[in-house]
Design a protein around this ligand. Sequence first.
Ligand code: HEM
Length: 358
Amino acid sequence: MSSLMVESTTKMLDKWAALINSGSQEIDVEREITATAGEIIAKTSFGISYENGSKVFEKLRAMQITLFKSNRYVGVPFSKLMCPGKTLEAKKLGKEIDAILLTIVRARKSSNDRCVQKDLLGLLLQENGVDGRLGKMLTTRELVDECKTFFFGGHETTALALSWTLLLLARHPEWQNHLREEIRGVTGDKEIDFTKLAGLKKVYIYIYKMLASLEIKMGWVMNEVLRLYSPAPNVQRQAREDIQVDDLVIPNGTNMWIDVVAMHHDPKLWGEDVNEFKPERFKDDLYGGCKHKMGFLPFGFGGRMCIGRNLTMMEYKIVLTLVLTRFSFSISPSYSHSPAIVLSLRPSNGLPLIVKPL
Ligand code: HEM
């Protein structure tokens, strides 16, 4: 999995180098990284090509925008009647996505190596094929739903965490240097050339050693980015009984949206420097100095906490390490800061940066 991440990222960075060589310095890093993260999730979860994956992503993005225009009515009775056009449009896109994923699942189910491929779909099919298994078998429909969740949850959030990181590092070049120093502490002065490491096993050992050693400053930076620009801006829950909160009663069945972005920017929880980029607040403190241990929730909480967080951390460190060892970056004059919640928290005008080879 990690070598697929290295491969896709290296391909992206080679493209950046070619673009810079041909005279353009400005790169929309959000677009680039989202495409690469999409390629990574398509390959690692379903063993499918980017070409096939990108058809799903395009439709998912269109559905995301369509749904967002009507999702303020989630939980409101007859809400579908309030936005009939959008509801129909989302339904049509949903059917098209299902059709693509159904083809992928059916092809894998009927092929001889259905369980050999050790990607997410292979593992799900393998579990389904175990004789005498007590649990419930997943239907094809459920397999398609699992694929959708991973496709949707698995690439945009990670890509956004990386994109916001590049923006903040562009604004704080001293942190680019801190991270390069940390990386050099692991790799020495030479450029990391994964292709020179003969044999897959060696690559795995090297990458895992590297990831373990990048826990410190890169970990603080990741937490600080997830605090300031939480890619998943809210978490939902439903009350299963009447809940008393001070003088307020939340009735059984109420849908609640927990505003993670607001919590992460609350000076009462974080202090007056709440809006500043200060990765060091996470030094020796898992909660970054937050006054409440439920005040920092980038991956949610409890039994429904994000199951992809370890995968994200791995991808984040691999991609960031490769970018930082080849390029430096600063903010492009054409960048206009406009974070917007479109289900996820995105830079609504893209994220152009001036990128220079080191
Ligand atoms: C920076 C990256 C990511 C962020 C910020 C993020 C954030 C979240 C949040 C806030 C939740 C809701 C948790 C809750 O309700 O308590 C969630 C759930 C989930 N995430 Fe992630 N996520 C990220 C990456 C990923 C990746 C890479 C995958 C899969 C490959 C993934 C798969 C899921 C799934 C399947 C759930 C639903 C879990 C459940 O309902 O039991 N996420 N994520």
